[in-house]
Design a protein around this ligand. Sequence first.
Ligand SMILES: *Cc1c(COP(=O)(O)O)cnc(C)c1O
Length: 378
Amino acid sequence: MTASPPIPFIDLKAQRSRLGGTVDAAVARVLEHGQFILGPEVRELESQLAAFCGAKHALTCSSGTDALTLVLLAKGIKPGDAVFCPSFTFCATAEVVALVGATPVFVDVIAGTFNMSAAGLERGIATATRLGLRPALVIPVDLFGLPADYDEILPVAERHGLPVLSDAAQSFGASYRGRSVGTFGVATATSFFPAKPLGCYGDGGAVLTDDDQLIEVLRSLRVHGMGTDKYDNIRLGMTGRLDTIQAAVLIEKLKVFKEEIAARDRAAAAYTAALADVAIVPQVPDGLASVWAQYTIRLRPGRRAKLAADLAAEGIPTAVYYPKALHQQQAYQHFPVSDGGLAVTERLVDEVISLPMHGYLDQATQGRIIEAVRRALG
Ligand SMILES: *Cc1c(COP(=O)(O)O)cnc(C)c1O
């Protein structure tokens, strides 16, 4: 028997062979003009990102983590403040909160969508108040590329006078009932880490907002809190810029991004049709569109390791996002969880497993994956 070739989890090479020529030419143009910091491609990309999602402003920056940090600094989040976020997320969501000295308060998620529960948020706000913290900000995460339930979350936040910062590191390009990710809450943070749906060739991120005052503060914070120029310092800031070379790469990748999203959506639909009888497949509520940063299925606890091992033996990679929730991690276990606990989160960390997903997953390759999953779970 000839071994089948290994399948990549995210196939950046296929995208590279499609876009290689135009990306190389775009990078070469930057090498020629030499404006490596905040060159013309940065502004060009920012106007394209804003237009893409319908936000008034986009500000590119050095990573998704820094995009979140810039907004926390701009909003003056400080010690004594409670910031509500899920525990079922990548660590950066809560890390930035703790790094500015505030307290992340962990909120449970909904099993079907993996995203923040509005009822859980209500409980989290009550918990923070009981602990003597000042409720200050809500950070819903659009996990795996699916927008959080903004119609439920925004009214709860508003009732308590809390601004909402959307962690859209995995969901740029997704939509929620006719509105694009990037237009919810006071600001949206996204990431261009290479493995994200829209990735560059290094670290990168952006903040999207409609707020004219906020964007000016963010622009200042991105360059050491500059005032009229970078040697006029009116606040403490960061080295938070996106490299011009990365902006040039992203401009080329943005040209095919809608097509790639459509291809991801077809691949997700094929997985769902083929696997719904052997696993719990991800739900997309009516009117929402995911960009499928991950295609994540759920299995009864204890079944995941065998699936991963059986697939690995056939050259098919899988990943577990996330094997431990943040409140179960050494660095975060001393932060408060909402009263009533995080039962759904604690169940999901034992159930989830993600399958290969990207915009270049051809039918033959996906057929191989589907067959192998069905055999392993059969
Ligand atoms: C990737 C990610 C981040 C951080 O983005 P970086 O660009 O890697 O800094 C933040 N939040 C979530 C949910 C992410 O998936």
